[in-house]
Write a protein that binds this ligand. Structure first.
Ligand code: GLU
Length: 284
């Protein structure tokens, strides 16, 4: 099987050691198998994404010795593909509009009959306030959040959905049952009214469009993978193999964040580090 991997950074801040590790792992995996390595710039958040961060990340990756085998895909160029996927889900009755604010959701979850809220990949599991009895028979609204109606996917979920994992900290194969989807994931937002899409929808549509066979990314995204597998089924897209790698942490054991400038690659570069030093620092 031809191996196709990718690195998918968001240009919302400087790349740090954790990104370097992630990019190098995906890149090295493709090279080891004589495969293809692709880059995708995940810039659907146009408020936070900046051209200067994109320029810096491309430069940092080149400096690390990483090259990509096709021009980078940019998510801000891909809205039509996301809208086509949303239209398909809408027409099949899997989506509904939601007008709840974060505050509304907190209030609904605080009601005594709700019990302790479950926390899913996107935060507290949505209590279902806007979920309609019947799929809406109107054109897909573009000015509201659209949520996935998990209950309507049950027929397709059957015994549950499985994906294959090769990362170090999770079992080789994970099954998510219909009950898990309802309890732990719930009706996630697939289109935000401000972006017209969401991370989950875009990542699934783009991994398929780029023909990714092996998704290698941080283990913070492990629990979101169940959403991605479900979306692949709903949209008739293939499911890649997954590898969720450990996260690079700071000296206090906290995972690195974009604002953690002290670990920015540019900082190490300015101090005279070599790409080999970076590889060593992340344990490669
Ligand atoms: N853009 C995401 C991030 O920077 C990565 C998404 C993915 O690899 O699936 O965290």
């Amino acid at each position: 099987m031809a191996v196709v991997t990718r690195f998918a950074p968001s240009p919302t801040g400087p790349l740090h050691l954790g990104h370097a590790y992630s990019a190098l792992l995906a890149h090295d995996m493709a090279r080891r198998h004589n495969g293809t390595f692709l880059l995708r710039v995940e810039d659907i958040d146009q408020q936070r994404s900046k051209p200067e961060w994109e320029a810096q990340l491309l430069d940092d990756l080149h400096w690390l010795g990483i090259c990509w085998d096709a021009p980078p895909m940019r998510q801000s160029d891909r809205l039509r593909a996301y809208h086509a996927a949303l239209d398909r889900l809408w027409q099949a009755g899997y989506l509904y509009p939601c007008t709840c604010t974060r505050r509304d959701i907190e209030t609904a979850l605080a009601a005594p009959q709700e019990g302790a809220p479950h926390h899913g990949p996107d935060g507290p599991v949505y209590p279902g306030t806007c979920r309609p009895q019947h799929a809406p028979q109107v054109p897909r609204p573009t000015d509201q959040h659209l949520r996935l109606n998990i209950a309507n996917t049950h027929a397709l979920l059957g015994e549950g959905l499985t994906f294959s994992e090769t990362g170090p900290t999770h079992p080789a194969s994970t099954i998510t049952t219909a009950e898990d989807y309802t309890r732990r994931i719930g009706d996630v937002v697939l289109a935000r009214k401000d972006f017209g899409t969401s991370y989950h929808l875009s990542v699934v549509v783009d991994d398929a469009a780029q023909g990714i066979t092996h998704v290698s990314r941080g283990e913070d995204l492990f629990y979101a993978t169940a959403i991605h597998i479900l979306l692949q089924r709903l949209l008739g897209l293939p499911t890649p193999l997954y590898h969720h790698h450990r996260l690079i942490r700071d000296d206090q054991g906290k995972r690195l964040a974009k604002r953690d400038d002290a670990r920015a690659l540019s900082r190490y570069r300015a101090e005279g580090a070599t790409p080999q030093d970076i590889r060593r620092m992340v344990g490669l």
